[in-house]
Design a protein around this ligand. Structure first.
Ligand code: NI
Length: 184
């Protein structure tokens, strides 16, 4: 089912979402939630979507389309992935320091805008997939950025809360006129 995507200002986006009960990873309700997330994300041409964005107070995110995304034409193709009850840790570089990097982000809950946001450059993330299996992965660059952005939704954080340089915050159509905004 295509659901309404909540927009910034809605208090439901500011909640700390609840972990999905591990004993219920096989529940049909979880599969329905995941299907709704995919359907809603694809209809909005998103790169990812978190359950709180459709008003569901659970720690469930989906991201990746398996094909180029018109909203992020420079981004590498990411395989579709479901992550339940995720935990993210930054990983240190060769000098033993976890590095941040800056990159532009948008969000389906903040339509029409983009900003430069600092994120960990290299992370390890873990959680459960849609089959209830434990997954542990490492990610860098855009992949790491998407995971951090989507999981932030689970802690009630939207990307504007992480912006440091507000001179790098603006309307997509002004800052990136070549990007098809697809009515979003
Ligand atoms: Ni978002």
């Amino acid at each position: 089912m295509i659901c309404e995507i909540l927009k910034m200002g809605d208090a439901r986006l500011l909640r700390h979402a609840q972990p999905w009960p591990e004993e219920a990873l096989g529940a049909p309700e979880l599969q329905t939630l995941i299907a709704d997330l995919w359907e809603t994300m694809h209809a909005a041409h998103g790169a990812g979507l978190a359950a709180p964005q459709i008003g569901q107070d659970w720690q469930v995110v989906v991201f990746g389309t398996g094909k180029p995304n018109p909203r992020y034409p420079q981004a590498p193709v990411m395989e579709p992935m479901v992550l339940i009850n995720p935990v993210i840790r930054p990983l240190p570089d060769a000098a033993g320091v976890a590095q941040e990097e800056l990159g532009f982000e948008g969000c389906l809950s903040v339509p029409g805008l983009r900003a430069e946001v600092p994120r960990w450059a290299h992370i390890r993330y873990e959680g459960f997939n849609e089959r209830g299996l434990r997954v542990v992965r490492e990610a860098r660059g855009f992949h790491a950025r998407v995971v951090q952005h989507e999981c932030d939704h689970l802690w009630g954080k939207l990307y504007p809360m992480r912006v440091r340089d507000f001179s790098k915050f603006g309307f997509t159509e002004v800052m990136f006129p070549d990007i098809k905004t697809l009515s979003k």
